[in-house]
Design a protein around this ligand. Structure first.
Ligand code: ADP
Ligand code: ADP
Ligand code: MG
Length: 648
């Protein structure tokens, strides 16, 4: 076994690899970019090396810097994780040339499977069923269009260098072929620098079922059963599971045998996945599955396989790469129970799954597994960390395991309902809706399911009056006063100015919420549109307060409200004076800009903590800062926080 390895990745997968390495007594070296200087993987590793600025092209894709870091720290091997350099055969060659071990397959194996067209030709030769289609060299539109006619519509145009669902177009009508082809080419050129494509039969009622394979350096290869990844949006996986629902012994035998044949055909060493497309229009049939591609790395969804087989795939990767034989024979690998993985992303499901960014001001996962189930939360972030625009916006993988599919899915729903994220838009509610979808629950999945049910899956329920009231209490600071029995304590200070009732300025999306906080001898209450909600009615509501906002959690749904400055003076305070004044007494908590700095309109300059809330003070216009308050300074109402250099 190695004594020290370097992990050429970030986020959850880097943390995942470190955990197993540590258990095996292997020391770890992390690499990081500027944006990741304080990232969890850096903190977890025994050592860490800075490899460059935040963009991946200047850091995580810089093979030379990564190899130099390994040499410098005395690491003997490099684990690539997934994505980044994991399927780059030139990098593998460089690693080997530097006298280091690549924890993964040989460059030759990666090259054999790297291009989808060549891989398909190779698999055809090995006797593995491949999707009917054209995977030859010709790229002229006339040839491709006539091949498409021969194959029969609908067809799928795919980038031969493709990955992550990019460079792919389904075509239903020959008239649309030319336009779809140019679209696929454009996308492929941008994403992979290679615009060559293949054309395939679009499989009816397609299910994505893949087989985990593992090989060693001595010609042994085994499979670790299948995963179903049919729950997809835009050809990208959303919830994966093992085993595949409705799998028959015949199909499993045929698929796993084909997968092992494929692995052996390229003398595969390490963890790999053979992806198949299955025609489920007549149920699962042993002669209706075809090879799609091989991913020559650890897959994002590998934990579901670990849950049902009890095998630590990263441990196997380290053992095999260090020269050991496969830890188990095929007969010793068995399938137990059912596992799901849901990918928690910073993205807006209501806006076409647009990736989101932001600071995860609040991040909480259930700390005990649901009844009759086990749970694994794979994450690379902590509360307070940011989802930056530089990298994949995945926040965590929520993995559950139980004895049956039903219990396991119920456990996944529980875990989703107990997950709280505030500070960025996330897909928790969408995942929960999918986990409760009738067809999905029945195991009746295909890759079109999410698309067909998209409206229902992405519709967000509106907050009810209890949720709005909870937001109003939180915005007023009252929720923080739970320890106190005195109903008056929460508004002490206000009474002086406002009497016993005051307005809480909340917005839900674009909508102003007219909430008034009231107190009386029988406690506090919130008045909304004439309805009165007592403090006691919302005391169990889960709420997170973060700068300028409140998020109220109801099941897997997080309702986020923005909170205007309670005195409504933040904006007025600035107008035309050349200086920005404190709208209320408070503490300057964070200063984000400096004297002499040019700032742009809307840029956050500092955070003022006042009335138990944080208020972000942003630049009212572009300008040069002449002076700015110091962090930790106590300011009174009207104090100048920021002075701008007056324009001539
Ligand atoms: P497939 O390649 O078949 O879509 P996966 O869903 O396992 O298989 O992986 C999708 C790809 O998306 C990975 O190869 C990786 O490049 C990228 N990816 C997904 N999540 C992340 C992440 N958190 N960090 C980096 N890359 C990621
Ligand atoms: P990538 O490298 O982007 O992962 P794949 O070839 O693995 O590309 O295909 C991604 C997804 O596209 C599959 O999981 C499946 O949902 C869909 N797909 C691919 N090929 C076909 C096909 N021939 N018919 C129907 N759907 C397909
Ligand atoms: Mg794929």
């Amino acid at each position: 076994m190695f004594s020290k390895i370097l992990i050429a990745n970030r986020g959850e997968i880097a943390c995942r690899v470190i955990r197993t390495a540590r258990r095996l007594g292997v020391k770890t070296v992390a690499v990081y970019s500027d944006a990741d200087a304080r990232a969890l993987h850096v903190q977890m590793a025994d050592e860490a090396v800075h490899i460059g600025p935040s963009p991946v092209g200047e850091s995580y894709l810089r093979g030379d810097k990564i190899i130099a870091a390994a040499k410098e720290t005395g690491a003997e091997a490099i684990h690539p994780g997934y994505g980044f350099l994991s399927e780059n055969p030139d990098f593998v060659d460089q690693v080997v040339a530097a006298d280091l071990t690549f924890i993964g397959p040989s460059a030759t194996s990666i090259r054999a499977m790297g291009l989808k067209d060549a891989a398909k030709r190779l698999m055809e030769k090995a006797g593995v069923p491949v999707v009917p289609g054209y995977h030859g060299e010709a790229q002229e539109i006339v040839v491709l269009a006539s091949k498409a006619r021969e194959i029969g519509y609908p067809v799928l145009i795919k980038a031969r260098a493709g990955g992550g669902g990019k460079g792919m177009r389904r075509v239903d009508d020959p008239d649309d072929f030319a336009e779809a082809l140019s679209g696929a080419r454009r996308e492929a050129k941008t994403a992979f620098g290679d615009d060559r494509v293949l054309v395939e039969k679009y499989v009816d009622k397609p299910r994505h079922i893949e087989v985990q394979v593992f090989g060693d350096n001595y010609g042994n290869a085994v499979h670790l059963f299948e995963r179903d990844c049919s729950a997809q949006r835009r050809h990208q996986k959303v919830i994966e599971e093992a085993p595949a629902p409705g799998m028959t012994p015949e199909l499993r035998a045929a698929m796993t045998e084909a997968a092992v044949t494929a692995a052996k055909a390229i003398s595969y060493s390490g963890a790999g996945t053979i992806e198949f497309i299955v025609d489920a229009s007549q149920g699962l049939q042993a002669d209706r599955f075809w090879f799609m591609e091989m991913n020559t790395r650890l897959q994002v969804e590998h934990p579901v396989t670990e849950m049902v087989t009890g095998v630590d795939l990263v441990e196997w990767q380290l053992r095999v790469a260090s020269g050991e034989t496969l830890p188990k024979t095929q007969d010793e690998i068995s399938l137990n129970g059912h596992a799901f993985e849901a990918r928690l992303y910073a993205e807006d499901a209501t806006k076409g799954f647009l990736p989101a960014t932001g600071t995860l001001h609040h991040l909480k996962f259930p700390d005990v597994p649901p009844q009759d189930a086990s749970m694994r939360i794979e994450t690379g972030v902590r509360a307070g960390d940011s989802v930056s625009p530089f990298y994949d916006p995945m926040i965590a993988k929520l993995v559950v395991h139980a004895s049956s599919r039903e219990t396991s899915l119920a456990a996944l729903r529980d875990v989703l309902a107990g997950t709280e994220v505030a500070g960025s838009t996330v897909n928790t509610a969408f995942l929960a809706a999918l986990a409760s979808d009738r067809d999905f629950s029945a195991g009746d999945v295909d890759t079109g399911l999410i698309g067909r049910h998209q409206d229902a899956l992405t519709a967000l329920p509106l907050p009810d009056s209890t949720a709005v009231a909870a937001a109003a209490f939180a915005a007023s600071g009252l929720n923080e006063r739970q320890a106190s029995n005195d109903p008056w304590s929460g508004i002490s200070g206000y009474a002086h100015f406002h009497g016993l009732e005051r307005e809480i300025r909340l917005k839900y999306g674009e909508h102003e919420v007219p909430a008034r906080l009231m107190t009386g001898t029988d406690g506090a209450a919130v008045r909304l549109y004439g309805e009165i909600v007592k403090r006691a009615a919302v005391k169990d509501q889960r709420v997170a307060r973060w700068p300028g906002h409140v998020t109220v959690f109801e099941g897997a749904v997080g309702h986020t409200f923005s909170v205007s400055d309670p005195l409504g003076r933040a904006d007025e305070a600035l107008a035309g004076t050349g200086s920005l004044r404190a709208p209320m007494p408070g503490l300057v908590k964070v200063v984000r800009a400096a004297k002499g700095e040019n700032v742009t309109k809307g840029q956050p300059l500092l955070i003022l903590e006042a009335m138990k809330m944080e208020h972000t003070i942003a630049a009212p216009h572009d300008g040069l800062i002449a002076d700015i308050a110091a962090e930790g300074e106590q300011v009174s109402d009207g104090t100048v926080l920021v002075k701008f250099v007056e324009e001539a």
